[in-house]
Ligand binder design. Structure first.
Ligand SMILES: *Cc1c(COP(=O)(O)O)cnc(C)c1O
Length: 419
């Protein structure tokens, strides 16, 4: 254990002895790169040519008129390559891996989005790539597994324990301990042992830096509030980083699931169901019982469905530096529908949490105020979940048709049945 990497009481690096030198190497590589203007430039150039940066800041004129309060702007992280802010982190780590001279990356993934982003980065940089995924998640997330494999990654289904994300994390650490000379572990969010929370937040800070410049250019003033959804906390840290020293209210929105009182949620900072603890190599608020057993979590958005949260956000929460709220599955689906119909934009279910909370609050702000909502990703990936939530009969028919097509001998040609 080290003193570095603490944010008040949270953070740290609780590591097995064998990994300490690898973490030291990573910390040195990150700090050297961060302080090197040529690295920053290399990162900016890569993100501009490969991931559409700077992403636009879109004025949501129709939603603004509908609510009649503050002007709503949307930071368009959905326009990144692979459809979310995750690209900012994985491409940054890819450049670091190149600097460290390593040739292989591993990652764990639950919903599969981070696995797809990592496999994409590995293809671009020519690294070997292994993705660990709980066996249950492999079955649930076939489309993402399909793409990871097409991108050249080996996807390893983890059959230990409950066969979900936390089991995949354990397996990825086991791999790292065995192969640390050649391998880098690409952590997907601003969690885990130091230096990951600091490093991932630094790569994601490109969101907030751009947003601040953009809003000053467009409106000539700072926003009153900025909103971001909070899973592990990386897109929130990214947006908030741009406004840390400004009189801007930072609002993080967690998964309220079926409601905070139902216990079926993933709200660590705005419910009373979480408490500080040490797990997975760092200290933060975890959804755990009094024995330190992790609780079941639920969210309609797989990317927010996580027991821990960034130690940096835990600290900001305690200091009152950011405000944390939640949005329920139901509110999120309504916000998604409204955003699609009014703006022609399809936010990811994760991002729609930030939209839902902002929609509740903007009507009571002044027309002179401005807010920014971070659209962390695009919603195309959620078609199965959203079509279910909307109970769309034509979609159901389509799925049943597909199933029949595969079940009928001699009809596996991919030619749709019926019309
Ligand atoms: C993964 C993901 C999230 C959650 O991760 P954070 O680290 O909290 O940002 C949010 N939105 C989208 C679109 C994601 O893919």
């Amino acid at each position: 254990m080290k003193n570095r990497g603490y944010y008040g009481n949270y953070g740290g690096a609780y590591l097995p002895e064998i990994l300490i030198s690898t973490f030291d190497e990573l910390e040195r590589a990150f700090e050297t790169a961060r302080d090197d203007p040529s690295f920053r430039q290399e990162y900016a150039d890569l993100m501009a040519s490969y991931s559409c940066r700077p992403t636009p800041l879109t004025f949501a004129e129709n939603l603004t008129n509908l609510f009649g309060g503050a002007k709503i702007y949307i930071k368009r992280e959905d326009l990144n390559h692979t459809g979310a802010h995750k690209a900012n982190n994985v491409m940054g780590q890819g450049l670091l891996v190149k600097r460290m001279g390593k040739k292989r990356v591993i990652a764990e993934t639950g919903a599969g989005q981070h696995g797809v982003a990592t496999a994409t980065m590995a293809a671009k940089f020519g690294f070997d790539c292994t993705i660990y995924m709980g066996e249950v998640d492999v079955m649930r997330q076939r489309p993402n597994v399909f793409w990871m494999e097409q991108l050249g990654a080996a996807v390893v289904p983890v059959t230990d324990g409950t066969r979900i994300l936390k089991d995949a994390i354990n397996e990825a650490f086991r791999d790292w301990v065995t192969n640390m000379e050649t391998t880098h572990y690409v952590l997907g969010t601003a969690c885990g042992p130091h230096p990951f929370p600091a490093m991932v937040s630094w790569f994601q800070s490109i969101i907030g830096m751009e947003a601040r410049d953009q809003i000053l250019k467009i409106e000539g003033k700072l926003p009153k509030r900025v909103y971001a959804c909070v899973g592990g906390g990386s897109n929130a840290m990214g947006l908030f980083s741009g406004f840390m020293d400004d009189p801007v209210e930072l609002v993080g929105v967690e998964a309220g699931g079926r409601g905070i009182d139902s216990g079926m949620h993933a709200s660590r900072l705005c419910s009373r169901d979480a408490s500080p603890g040490i797990a997975q190599g760092y200290k933060t608020y975890f959804l755990q019982n009094s024995d330190g057993q992790m609780k079941e979590t639920h969210s309609i958005a797989a990317g927010l469905d996580y027991v821990g949260v960034s130690p940096i956000l835990s600290h900001m929460h305690e200091k009152g530096k950011a405000r944390f709220e939640s949005a329920t599955d139901k509110e999120v689906v309504e916000a998604l529908k409204l955003t699609m119909q009014k703006e022609g934009i399809i936010p990811a279910l994760e991002s729609a949490h930030a939209f839902a909370r902002a929609f509740l609050e903007v009507p009571s702000l002044s027309k002179d105020d401005v807010v920014i909502i971070n659209q962390s990703g695009r919603g195309d990936k959620d078609i199965f979940t959203v079509a279910d939530a909307f109970d769309d009969p034509k979609w159901k028919q389509f799925i049943i048709g597909k199933a029949k097509e595969y079940a009928t001998p001699g009809n596996c040609s991919g030619v749709p049945i019926g019309n």
